[in-house]
Write a protein that binds this ligand. Sequence first.
Ligand code: GTP
Ligand code: SPV
Ligand code: MN
Length: 581
Amino acid sequence: MATTNSALSNWVAEVERLTQPERIRWCDGSEQEYQELIEEMLADGTLLKLNQTTYPGCYLHRSDPSDVARVEHLTFICSREREDVGPNNHWMNPVAAHAKLDALFKGAMRGRTLYVLPYCMGPIDSPHARLGVEITDSAYVAANMKIMTRMGTAALKRIEAGEPFVRGLHSTGDLSPDRRFIMHFPEERMIKSIGSGYGGNALLGKKCHALRIASWQARDEGWLAEHMLIVGIQNPQGETHYVAAAFPSACGKTNLAMLIPPQSMKGWKTWTVGDDIAWLHVGEDGRLWAINPEAGYFGVMPGTNEKTNKNAYDTIHSNTIFTNVAVTADNEPWWEGKDDKTPVTDWQGRPYDPANGPAAHPNSRFTVSAKQNPSYSDKAEDPQGVPISAILFGGRRAHLAPLVYEATSWDHGVLIGAGMASETTAAAAGQVGTVRRDPMAMKPFCGYNFADYWNYWMTVGDRADKAPHIFHVNWFRKGADGKFLWPGFGENLRVIKWILDRCEGRGEALETPIGFIPKAEELHGQDIGLSADTLSELLRIDHEAWREEYAAIAEYFKQYGERLPPRLQAEHQRIATALKR
Ligand code: GTP
Ligand code: SPV
Ligand code: MN
């Protein structure tokens, strides 16, 4: 027994009886243990060594080709009442779900090692951090959890001091998609995941705990768990404002969190607090404060290069686990958008042949400690987190949504978040590029009924008398030629500058039925060679198209029936009426 906490040791014993592992390893989170895990995985082929001269400490993992992304159709929330999870989630009765999964877990770890991973989500000494323990039979998961969370002895100490913890049971099972399920029991603060070894399905601290279980727990306890990056923006006067932004999967959070100011914006600096998840609480000062529950990045590989995201590019040159990338002749990792060298072996280990599709999987990822990021904020370790000046919602909309617009109130901002839509990406199994509703970028991650969630968001605004301003951004609008109109990446700082000006009562805006948009001059498009026509296309509000959008949002809201908050309906009505004028 490797813990004095009897609830934990009893649970581990119970899982041992069910899953029948060969041996049990309690992980302490040490560097030596990480090296041992790496050695084990190199020995059994789970990891391959990359070029250790140019990429020291970097390894490649090839997942099963049928197991390369989150699986939303196999993800369930198992609460006592079906209505509590809403039409936004798949539901299963918890008794039936436990029975179904325990049958699959029976004997699942025979011949394998059972790893016990105690972890802390959030700075280790933060009152806003929460504990968890993942049991897994995957060394890859153990190594990734070491990078992605505060895993090991310090977390176990908090658990042994009596703090509650989320239980996550994971086995790769036989990797068959027919026996793959990601199940959440929010009332029991429990997760059971089987049949996948990939990212969000298997690293249970991330989406399963820090978003699905945490969103439910946050509502019980008075805070918010969101799919948001957190970034500090320092202006030439040396003042730093923190911005939180919710964009759907593979829609630009990591990139915005690590943004490097363009040449033309001298004196600006950015600091990364988090790139994927934010836990927000109302401070005594009436502001919203945010911590990043994670300690590492599980980031999208394609598109990452020195021009788009130099901080990420530099971060992943050492001590990084690459998953499903291609390899060059000199054994370096390669992915689409890497601007040097060429692939010789694709993500499945086959000789590269363009006829087989991209060399790296479109959802290939890197896992790396946040501390390696040159723009890592020292405030990322602050137990209280950082105060948020602005919240951004956004997504991929080739059409309709302007580059940026501002909500006129908190309730209006909640409506903008609730009505969000974005083109689907390779981060989840299924069709890519179809527009779907993804409220607050939480469609795959909100652990309870969206109607209750929107209502809860409104009440958070009521409690925060200095709540952040809310904006919507779209870096992905396309012109008639099918190309992005906006240069994106570092240049997004132009938009953020206007946003922060608005938060401080400066910044010229025009009122439209859907909110405030910047006066075109505010973006200084001439500095980057954007024509006046392109800028006006980027900011254009097509009233007819927006009337249709608001009708579609009303249609979408209908499925939430009686539970839809009247305040949200009233906001919708207000905008729909303004659009008719
Ligand atoms: P998850 O980790 O899945 O939650 O994704 P994310 O929101 O962190 O997405 P990420 O920043 O990794 O970006 C996904 C893809 O969008 C990458 O291929 C980026 O290169 C691309 N991208 C990010 N920002 C921009 C932008 O401003 N403009 C354009 N055109 N592409 C962008
Ligand atoms: C996402 O899909 O939003 C991710 C990657 O951040 S995963 O951890 O696989 O969910
Ligand atoms: Mn994400």
